[in-house]
Design a binder for this molecule. Structure first.
Ligand code: BGC
Length: 850
């Protein structure tokens, strides 16, 4: 680890920004195109819209990375040699924006006061709705863009209204006028999630730029000029907000019913045959591709599809080959189609072609049957489809299963019978050739008798480990004694401390973010520093993501502890604090006792938001981003990155969707695994996949209750985590705030132990999300209580973060008091403490990055 004393741009920053700029165009996609882009040269351009100067590089909250500088659209265009003809418009818009923003914060602070809730809790993540205004448009020249920006962040959900999900009257009017007036016009979406484009469908060119981190504006200029090209695909269906089955009842403060069950996103729209504006998997580049079947093979282990992809347009490009299967509805109802595998081509020049192979396990097509608590591959024909979007595929084979096979025997978890789902009426999506394709598809029978049914041995109640000898940590370090033996000698208090983050004595209810790490300024927290110093135990330091490493860019060392000298909250979050509260979180400029005047600098680079990375469908690209993150973690002494975040994008209304990957669990799992593999190439660095599980809304996120069937839980909401765990073994996992069917996810042994560890073989540690065991952030009108620290440990959730004295008291009570709702045995506490110790050894002590 380094402490940088000069406030100058570091070599790694330059290198990482260049890498992001080179890769990020792959995360973007064209929703519409008429062939007038890319432009031949950078000439005069009319650039309108809130995203030109107020460009968003990523959302707000813990996912916001504190960068030295980021490139707005205005700056990117100018650097690339464009001359903006709209300075006057942009200046006027600045004023409209400033007035609206001041009024917005005044209003939310007032509302917070009335509700009796601190403004930073009440309004955290609330985005100012885009205001209406009238600023004259000029129509000079032949090229124009309109950059439409939207922001959101943790703590609040989005709203289905104008200025957020919907476009404002002003935006609709101006976009349509510009589209009509200019020969070359492009609507550029600088958004973190879906916007309802129904009123501007006629626009000729629409680029989903997204929010690409530090070089956002440069990437747009590169795309406009054809120096790079879009090659991403949507990972969520885009259509009218009213049409998503999750919209009704979304974000109930207490109980949100997932009535749609497994029918999330395209699984719903295609099964009921509802038209959408832009389907899942859709996206265009500057060129066109043709995909031809080459070969399909199938046996009891795998289905393998090989196609030839040819670039038949006049620009270079990359294509994403998508394979779906349509399973027969026998005893279990099945969606019209489900994604089975994806592969992206290399860059293909015009007229160039290449073969691409997609392979997936035959048993992946099984579905969960609650009645028998098992996955079934039911008899019948499974049609395999291949193409470049969920609505542009062709059937390449029919796989026949002659006899139903139980592929995995499990046990039912999470009381999924609390809900009766409404099964959608089935009049599925279809296309002209489908019937004929089914009749003529090659039939490939598979012999399911060869499939070995997977059986699980579930954990039993832990037994206490004892040790009579005195063992020192040094003996563990020199290899003469095991960590297990050392852990057995620890007192109950020491075991409890190991299971709680490092907290100051005055943090009875939990340390404040930005203050919760003793060693890395602005890190979100670290493991205990309360064990005997003779053990020389390091702390595992954790910093947020997922759009880069979130730490404080400038800090001092005061009494041996780091202290940020600038607020690590982004502008929007900082606006919710009173000045004096913000100041308390910062080191004084003048020096007090124990403080050196030396300042240190740790500026990190922002990578594209999660959704955009997933849209690239390029697992190597994602791994490269993970590698950059790992390098920055190593440099600044961070062991665990609190990312990636892979909750399912169940509804476009979720305020944190921009951090998440997809409405589809396969995409979520593959991307999270690629990211983990990138980060974990760095010894001593690990990911913390989050938020496990069903954290699909921000409204009252601490104590909202997600009510869903077990089938939906397993097939949709757990599956991405399962894939990631099996493919990449992240060092850590963060449980979520919410309850699942009435029980806090963090204290659900069903998911934190039986599913995660016993069924999937997870080896890492589990930590809570921040403050879940306190009533600090709970909404006063919430029906459900906060979680219990002891309950978390009992469930196999090893670490309470960021930790506070109340957690210690709760755990100690639970050990001695049999009437405690989560009475704990020493053996149960030992299990979690030992996991923390082993992870500390693996991440910090063994490599000792001091
Ligand atoms: C968020 C997590 C984050 C943690 C630490 C919580 O509010 O939900 O995603 O990692 O804070 O900052």
């Amino acid at each position: 680890m380094i402490r940088v004393t000069e406030n100058t741009v570091q070599a790694f920053e330059i290198e990482h920004v260049e890498t992001v700029r080179r890769l990020a165009a792959e995360c973007t996609l064209l929703l519409k195109k008429d062939g007038t882009f890319p432009l031949k040269t950078a000439g005069r351009i009319a650039a309108y819209g809130n995203g030109v100067r107020k460009t968003i590089k990523g959302g707000t909250g813990s996912g916001d990375v504190n960068v030295r500088h980021f490139v707005t659209v205005e700056e990117g265009l100018k650097k690339a040699g464009f001359e903006l003809t709209t300075e006057a418009w942009l200046n006027e818009y600045d004023q409209v924006f400033a007035v609206a923003k001041a009024a917005f914060y005044k209003e939310v602070k007032e509302e917070a006061k009335q509700a009796g809730i601190p403004a930073f809790v009440f309004a955290m993540g609330k985005a100012m709705p885009e205001p209406e205004y009238k600023i004259a448009l000029e129509t000079e020249g032949d090229t124009a863009i309109y950059v439409l920006a939207r922001n959101s962040g943790e703590g609040s959900d989005r709203t289905p209204t104008a200025g957020d999900i919907k476009l404002t009257e002003t935006e609709i009017r101006d976009i349509l006028a510009l589209n009509a007036a200019y020969d070359k016009f492009m609507l550029v979406l600088n958004v973190g999630g879906m916007v309802d484009l129904t009123p501007v469908e006629e626009v000729k060119n629409i680029l989903l730029l997204g929010q690409l981190g530090t070089p956002t504006g440069d990437v747009l200029a590169d795309i406009l000029l054809g120096h790079s090209y879009p090659s991403g695909k949507l990972t969520m269906t885009w259509t009218n907000i009213e049409d998503y089955p999750s919209t009704e009842g979304f974000g109930d403060m207490n109980d949100t019913y997932y009535n749609e069950g497994i029918y999330v996103g395209y699984r719903y729209f295609d099964t009921v045959g509802k038209e959408v504006i832009y389907p899942f998997g859709f996206g265009q580049g500057y060129t066109e591709f043709e995909i031809k079947n080459k070969e399909v093979t199938a046996d009891d282990e795998a289905i393998t599809v090989t196609v030839t992809v040819a670039n038949i347009g006049d620009h270079a490009g990359k294509e994403v080959v998508q394979v779906y299967y349509s399973a027969p509805s026998v005893t279990l109802d099945r969606p019209y189609q489900e994604l089975a595998g994806v592969a992206k081509t290399k860059e293909l020049k015009p007229n160039e072609s290449c073969d691409v192979t997609v392979q997936f396990k035959t048993t992946d097509m099984a579905a969960y049957d609650v009645a028998s608590a098992s996955y079934l591959l039911e008899q019948g024909t499974y049609y395999i489809r291949v193409g470049n979007s969920s609505h542009n595929t062709h059937i390449c084979a029919g796989i026949t299963v002659s006899e139903t096979k139980v592929t995995r025997e499990l046990m039912n978890i999470c009381k999924g019978d609390v809900i009766t789902e409404q099964k959608p009426a089935v009049t599925p999506y279809t296309y002209a050739e489908e019937v004929q394709e089914k009749e003529t598809a090659p039939v490939l029978p598979i012999d399911t008798s060869k499939i070995v049914t997977e059986k699980i041995e579930y954990s039993s109640i832990p037994q206490e480990e004892t040790e009579n000898e005195t063992i020192t940590w040094d003996q563990v370090m020199d290899g003469s004694k095991t960590i297990d033996a050392f852990a057995a000698t620890l007192s109950n208090e020491e075991l409890a401390y190991l299971c709680i983050g490092a907290y100051s004595d005055d943090a009875s209810n939990g340390s404040v973010i930005g203050e919760a790490s003793f060693s890395v300024a602005g890190a979100a927290g670290e493991t205990t520093n309360r064990l005997d110093p003779s053990y020389h135990l390091e702390s595992i330091v954790m910093a947020d993501g997922p759009a880069g490493v979130r730490i404080s860019p400038e800090y001092k060392i005061v009494n041996g502890k780091v202290k940020a000298s600038s607020s690590s909250f982004g502008e929007d979050m900082a606006a919710l604090f009173e000045q004096e509260d913000l100041a308390k979180l910062q080191a004084e400029d003048t020096c007090e006792d124990g403080c050196s005047s030396q300042k240190y600098y740790q500026y990190c680079v922002a990578i594209p938001i999660g959704t955009d990375l997933a849209q690239s469908f390029n697992m190597d690209l994602i791994k490269q981003c993970g590698d950059m993150v790992g390098k920055e973690m190593e440099l600044f002494g961070v062991h665990l990155w609190l990312a990636p975040a892979l909750n399912i994008q169940r509804s476009p209304l979720c305020g944190r969707n921009f951090e998440y990957y997809s409405e589809d669990p396969l995409v979520s799992g593959l991307v999270a695994a690629a990211m983990t593999n990138g980060v974990q190439q760095h010894k001593g660095c690990g990911t913390t996949i989050k938020h496990f599980a069903c954290n699909n809304q921000e409204t009252n996120r601490y104590t909202s209750n997600s009510i869903l069937s077990e089938r939906a839980l397993r097939e949709i909401y757990l599956r991405g985590f399962e894939i990631c765990v099996k493919q990449s073994q992240p060092h850590a996992l963060m449980s979520s705030y919410n309850l699942i069917n009435g029980e806090h996810a963090c204290s659900s042994k069903d998911i934190q132990t039986y599913a995660l560890r016993d069924e999937w073989g997870y080896k890492g540690i589990v930590m809570t999300d921040w403050y879940v065991t306190t009533d600090l952030m709970k909404h006063p009108q919430s029906l459900h209580a906060e979680a219990s620290a002891a309950g978390c440990i009992k469930a196999g959730n090893d670490l309470i973060m960021p930790g506070g004295a109340s957690d210690f008291t709760d755990i100690m009570n639970a050990l001695t008091n049999e009437a405690h709702p989560y009475h704990l045995t020493r053996a149960e506490l030992q299990v979690s403490a030992l996991r923390i110790l082993k992870k500390t050894f693996e991440l910090c002590n063994a490599v000792c990055v001091k």
